[in-house]
Design a protein around this ligand. Sequence first.
Ligand code: DAK
Length: 259
Amino acid sequence: MAFENLLFEVTGKVALITMNRPKALNALNSDLLNDLSKALDELEANDGIKGAIITGAGEKAFVAGADISQMAPYNPEQARGYMLLGQQIFNHIESIEKPIMAAVNGFALGGGNELCMACDFRYASTNARFGQPEVNLGIMPGFGGSQRLPRLVGPGIARELIFSGNTITAEEALRIGLVNKVFAQDKLLEESRKIMDIITSKPASALRYCKASLVRGQDEDIYKAIGLERELVSLCFASEDQKEGMSAFLEKRPAQFKS
Ligand code: DAK
């Protein structure tokens, strides 16, 4: 598929979505957000794609935030509309029942950090920098950051980052659990593809139920969430993949999954 502000390439079963406004450090204006929304629709609808990697064009930035030049003149009504657009798209990333990772190749600030936090997990390059610098602009995080950051790194660290507007290194992001792994920049995509190739070799039906349980259960009361897990794992037993996976184990042969 062709987009003006992002690249959408499929290799094997994995889509690589590259935010592509490198002159503005891939800042999220409405055009880029609308392209991202369409790319996510394609990812969701295309059964040949089982997962995605989101990254940024160029060597400097993943996404340096919401587009400040677009936002600067907004009144509260316009800000609410823009916020809704971004929030819906980031919520969509969580509701697509396919694994989506972020390969953070540089600045992930403000809306950029919020974008990578909406993904299922994150790898980073050594030059990546993370932060929620909105207070420096007289605003606050608006694309879910005040909610996703504390859930990922704990309330104390999230408050320190959001109140101070400080930027942290990839190493610090690794220490606080914001990213899973850090690689040299020229290895980041290769390593991201390696893990996504492993993940997308698994049956799509099992991946779908895993993500549904992880995402939908995370903010529920634990016993309610475990009840949801029970319902979803029961559904797995209606799938051909469960029959094949367990038969293959018992017959001591590799499984041939259909989905
Ligand atoms: N928006 C627009 N343009 C940006 C940008 C951004 N966020 N970040 C960088 N650019 C542009 C620069 O203006 C510059 O453009 P030209 O001057 O060349 O035309 C070009 O990218 C290169 O940037 P620099 O020259 O500044 O590059 P440096 O290496 O010197 O610095 C930097 C890199 C990432 C440290 C610096 O660019 C920077 O501090 N950028 C801003 C980072 C930031 O504050 N990000 C958070 C944005 S606020 C809401 C919805 C969402 C949000 C809030 C509310 N609602 C609607 C209510 C979320 C807010 C944010 O994300």
